[in-house]
Design a binder for this molecule. Structure first.
Ligand code: NAI
Length: 255
């Protein structure tokens, strides 16, 4: 990735952080973008300490103007934009019968519209040979109670991924998705924080075990596993791959 410039959203934590670190370790200059400004700055500083090059940038990916400014910041700071990882996401656990219009809108704005805004902003500045990677989810293959809004955002994200791939392919820009399975990150931990603020480690470990045994490989993914898929899709190694979704879930679902 030497000579390449990558923007990773949601890079203050979890899969985005691992992706930013892996891309930087492979030689890319990275814009660590997140709503969490302090978290992004800490990740960028950590990359710098390891000998990589990164800057932090605060962004709300649900805001098209802010996403445009993010793409511009990569170009003005580093001269170009070769890789965009649309990774920032939020989870809502609520039965569809109880979801409010505002909640539904927010999930779609952060998880889905961000893919539209990111793709548009990137397409404006990217040159042939560039790559967009969208973080989807294994939920695109399942229906489970309480996850309808999230699943709708990710399944529609897959549709945007494929359509961007056919629209931007003739310009030499590839667009793919990574669909992580259950992974120990902020999103999955957040569900196990009791009202008292205490993290329920026992219940978390039980769920991790259940998810692991549901996969043929008998394991759950780690953030680094998805980051490696991101690196592959960002790099020349995948130069002939577009419109594809890599499932990083131990084989829990296949398509
Ligand atoms: P995480 O909670 O550790 O990281 C998400 C990051 O996104 C946070 O740093 C957060 O501040 C940032 N973010 C949230 N809203 C934002 C906004 N509006 N603008 C900019 N940044 C924002 O969670 P994780 O797991 O690393 O999530 C990354 C992606 O992976 C998400 O798209 C998520 O849906 C997806 N994913 C995660 C799975 C898991 O089991 N952890 C499974 C499948 C998909």
């Amino acid at each position: 990735m030497t000579g390449k410039v990558a923007v990773v959203t949601g890079a203050a934590s979890g899969i985005g952080r691992a992706s930013a670190e892996v891309l930087a370790a492979a030689g890319a200059r990275v814009v660590v973008a997140d709503l969490d400004e302090e978290g992004a700055a800490a990740v960028a500083a950590g990359i710098g300490k390891e000998g990589g090059e990164a800057v932090a940038h605060q962004v709300d990916v649900a805001d098209p103007g802010a996403v445009d400014a993010l793409a511009d910041a990569a170009v003005s700071g580093f001269g170009q934009l070769d890789v965009l990882v649309n990774n920032a996401g939020i989870m809502l656990r609520r039965p569809l019968t109880e979801v409010s219009p505002e909640e539904f809108d927010r999930v779609l704005s952060v998880n889905l519209k961000s893919i539209l805004y990111g793709g548009q902003a990137a397409a404006r500045v990217m040159r042939p040979g560039s790559s967009i990677v969208n973080t989807l989810s294994t939920i695109i293959d399942f229906a489970t109670p309480g996850t309808g809004s999230y699943a709708a955002s990710k399944k529609a994200g897959e549709a945007l991924t494929r359509t961007f791939a056919v629209e931007l392919g003739p310009r030499g820009i590839r667009v793919n998705g990574v669909a992580p399975g259950w992974t120990d990150t902020g999103i999955t931990r957040q569900r196990h924080v009791a009202d008292s603020g205490e993290f329920q480690q026992g219940r978390f470990d039980e769920l991790a075990h259940k998810m692991a045994t549901a996969s043929p490989l008998g394991t759950v993914a780690e953030a680094i596993d998805s980051a490696h898929a991101v690196l592959y899709l960002a790099s020349e190694a995948s130069r002939c791959v577009t419109g594809h979704v890599i499932r990083v879930n131990g084989g829990a679902s296949m398509s």
